[in-house]
Design a protein around this ligand. Structure first.
Ligand SMILES: [Zn+2]
Length: 353
């Protein structure tokens, strides 16, 4: 059977304190929980393993801190759950052996850590290199209808320990849990498909994009803010199609309202950010323009964040490919989906997505 224990990383002597403060820290947790998951044919973690996991988490944390600092946002990064310099280390023994997870992987692991999960979880998995030729890191989040907000849902960054650069995997997948989506910039941490062959870039060679840092600047986990308020509301999505000799295109106008100062809007095609814009005030609108050729038949998502860090994710907006000449705005219906679990992003460390 599965079991879960948690141990302080640096100071075993502090374990009693962790037991005592466990419930208290849960109430105020705006920190990432580190979870180690191992199949039954692997040993329970020793001090060396805990140190290895802690180092990966710390390096991912440092990457964000340094990027934010270097770009004028101050020394901001997410917190790791723990006390002082110690990271609380949750260890979950899987119910089955490595071979079992070859066919029952991510969702199985998420199910098995359910007793240990927090809001945002970094799960370092032992042993998966045996069953995957391509090492994969993945993030999934649960949603209800078209509402996927960081206030109410559980986020998982899952990284096999034996990938070539687990720090890159951890930082990238954690990026997803903070609301960052893919981009197409090769040197970026959040690139969807990295075109560097035969080489695994180190975390030191990567960077965050400006719109990503601006997003994180207001994120609850980067401000240690546990307040949960209503996320921005999309009042209306307007669509205008146009066509001339040079260009076919579409312009979306999105009207947004919020109880708190609005901050940023992002437009995604197939999970890749193709445009972002600043927002201001309690109600604002944003225009996104793209051509027919950019659009194709891709899935369109949007997300909005206010200065209080509340995120509204609009899933699978139904946009028709522009065909006719039209100068009139038409109202689009927001399609809601009935899935409970959306795989939002995944990353292969060997040249895939
Ligand atoms: Zn990804």
């Amino acid at each position: 059977m599965k079991r879960f224990v948690f141990l302080p990383l640096n100071r075993l002597i502090a374990s009693l304190f962790f037991m005592l403060f466990f419930n208290v820290s849960l109430l105020q947790a705006q920190s990432v929980r580190l979870i180690y998951f191992y199949p039954t044919d692997h040993a329970a973690p020793n001090q060396q393993k805990m140190a290895e996991c802690g180092k990966i988490a710390r390096e991912a944390q440092s990457f964000y801190r340094q990027e934010m600092l270097d770009n004028g946002f101050g020394e901001k990064t997410f917190e790791l759950e723990g006390i002082g310099d110690s990271i609380t280390f949750y260890s979950v023994r899987g119910s089955r052996d490595t071979q079992h997870y070859a066919t029952n992987r991510w969702e199985q692991i998420i199910t098995e850590i359910s007793d240990a999960k927090s809001e945002i979880n970094l799960i370092l998995v032992e042993g998966l290199e045996v069953i995957t030729n391509t090492a994969v890191a993945m993030m999934a989040r649960s949603c209800s209808g078209n509402k996927c907000t960081t206030d109410q849902h559980t986020f998982y960054a899952i990284v096999p320990l034996k990938t070539e650069e687990p720090v890159v995997g951890a930082a990238h997948e954690l990026g997803h849990t903070f609301g960052l989506q893919h981009n197409r910039e090769n040197a970026s941490l959040m690139v969807g498909r990295r075109s560097i062959e035969g080489k695994h870039p180190k975390i030191a060679s990567m960077h965050l994009r400006k719109n990503e840092m601006r997003w994180l600047d207001k994120h609850k986990y980067f401000n240690n803010d546990s307040s949960a308020n209503d996320p921005p509301v999309v009042r209306k999505i307007w669509e205008t199609k146009w066509e001339d000799e040079d260009q076919k295109g579409i312009t979306l106008r999105i009207d947004i309202e919020s109880n708190y100062e609005l901050h940023q809007a992002q437009l995604m095609f197939d999970g890749t950010v193709i445009d972002s814009d600043a927002l201001m005030g309690l109600s604002d609108n944003v225009y996104f323009h793209f051509t027919k050729y950019q659009f194709g038949s891709q899935r369109v998502d949007m997300q909005f964040i206010d200065t209080d860090g509340n995120i509204r994710y609009v899933d699978n907006v139904g946009i028709k490919e522009p065909e006719e000449v039209s100068r009139e705005y038409v109202t689009l219906r927001e399609k809601s989906s009935n899935h409970n679990m959306v795989v939002v992003g995944w990353a292969s460390m060997k040249g895939g997505n």
